[in-house]
Write a protein of this length. Structure first.
Length: 117
């Protein structure tokens, strides 16, 4: 069963946002390559997921969760057949896998990702 495995928080001022989450929750951040994107570590042995913080790409960009799947292509078909819409087509994420973004029937944005193997 596919599960949520990653979240993304957009920010107009990533440095201030990272300071906020560090100071409030103790989260740790590390830049992902040269992109304005930082991996976010939220804990060690506690239940939960890690995520990322990114420079906002467009006004109104929401927090988005990513669901890990075995095939982005197969889930693109399933999502569209169920009435979801593609927001960002399948794209490579460095050398770690592929990702695409969609809206559900209520317009909520989410991602599906295929990583490793």
């Amino acid at each position: 069963m596919p599960r949520v495995m990653h979240f993304e928080i957009p920010s107009d001022e990533p440095d201030k946002a990272m300071d906020f989450y560090r100071n409030v929750f103790g989260w740790e951040f590390s830049q992902f390559g040269e992109e304005p994107y930082w991996m976010c570590k939220t804990g060690e042995n506690e239940p939960g997921i890690d995520g990322g913080l990114m420079k906002r790409v467009s006004p109104g960009q929401p927090v988005a969760n990513t669901i890990v799947v075995d095939s982005v292509d197969a889930y693109c078909e399933k999502i569209q057949a169920a009435g979801g819409q593609i927001v960002v087509p399948k794209m490579p994420i460095g050398t770690i896998g592929f990702l695409a973004y969609f809206t559900d029937l209520d317009g909520n944005i989410f991602g599906v990702g295929e990583f490793g193997g």
